[in-house]
Design a protein around this ligand. Structure first.
Ligand code: 8YV
Length: 305
């Protein structure tokens, strides 16, 4: 096999396919390993006559022109499992960070701009006893909910459809299904954990932000285009919500400049799955998909297309 990559990835994760030709030019490749930061465009697909498989390194696949792949009969796979826990970890960390103001305190202490130490100075907000509203209760949403429940939070969620009884039983904790509107109105933290499709572009727009409590925080570790970033800036400026913590941006890697100036905003550089453990496990999942595809073991593939 000839395997092209859009990005240099850790060698140790690809030992099982090291006997194949890796990092070949796309024009000669049977397989392309793609990453979210380098779009797989129609032009690329059409310029790769031998290409048969796009093995995406990541769960989200909005970086790939699926229509062009469909036209060319190219299979597309992703890595849904290894991304679950690291992304849930980061979402949980961002919730803590924005509510307990840890990044802000750290920055201000280093810059000599901190409030003096004192019992009624440097106050923040607890997560304990609060309600987390998860929009997108898939695998990552559920892993976040598990952490939240263990921390004494209540969980409500919104999905296209409520989870079935069996799925709820497997969770082992309580999570109540609510409409998106109710979720926005009652949650102290609103976390976005849904995949991106054009239908959910700006699922958090000005109207949604106005429905949130003025004491609530928005957490986004999913995709930037879920949030109308201009509307978010306005909501933060006008105190419609208390703060936001985000790992992804509408015009990534650009960040709306006002967000960089706000103390009640925590920013992270699209690194939800970016742990060493996560990256290696994602490489392994890419190898699993490539080898299963080569052996025609369709049932073992994480199929996107
Ligand atoms: C990955 C992601 O790092 O898995 C995803 O969908 O957004 C990321 O966290 C990325 O996809 C790597 O290509």
């Amino acid at each position: 096999m000839h395997i092209a990559f859009t990005t240099l990835l850790p060698e140790e994760g690809f030992r099982r396919i090291a006997s194949h030709e890796l990092y070949t030019p796309l024009e000669q490749a049977d397989v392309l390993v793609s990453t979210f930061d380098k779009p797989v465009t129609r032009e690329m697909i059409m310029s790769a006559p031998k290409l048969q498989l796009v093995a995406n390194f990541g769960v989200g696949f909005n970086n790939i022109d699926l229509e062009a792949c469909r036209e060319r009969g190219i299979r597309v796979t992703n890595t849904p499992n290894p991304v679950i826990e690291p992304t849930a970890e980061l979402a949980f960390a961002l919730m803590h960070d924005v509510a307990r103001r840890t990044a802000e305190f750290d920055r201000k202490l280093r810059e000599g701009k901190a409030e003096p130490f004192g019992v009624m100075n440097n106050l923040s907000h607890s997560l304990y006893g609060k309600t987390l509203g998860i929009i997108g209760m898939g695998r990552i949403g559920q892993a976040l909910a598990r952490r939240a429940v263990a921390s004494g939070m209540r969980v409500v969620y919104h999905n296209r459809r409520p989870l079935g009884d069996e799925a709820i039983r497997r969770l082992g904790y309580e999570a109540r299904y609510v409409s998106k509107e109710e979720l926005l109105q009652i949650a102290d933290f609103v976390s976005l954990n849904l995949p991106y499709t054009p239908e959910v572009k700006h699922i958090i727009d000005g109207k949604a932000l106005r429905m949130m409590k003025p004491t609530a925080y928005l957490i986004n570790t999913a995709r930037g285009a879920h949030v109308d970033e201009q509307a978010l800036v306005k909501a933060l400026k006008e105190g419609e919500i208390a703060g936001a913590a985000m790992d992804v941006y509408e015009h990534e890697p650009q960040i709306t400049p006002e967000l960089l100036e706000m103390d009640n905003v925590v920013l992270s550089p699209h690194t939800g799955t970016g742990t060493w453990e996560g990256r290696i496990a994602m490489c392994e999942n890419v190898c699993d998909n490539i080898l299963a595809w080569q052996n025609n073991e369709i049932d073992k593939l994480n199929i996107v297309l």
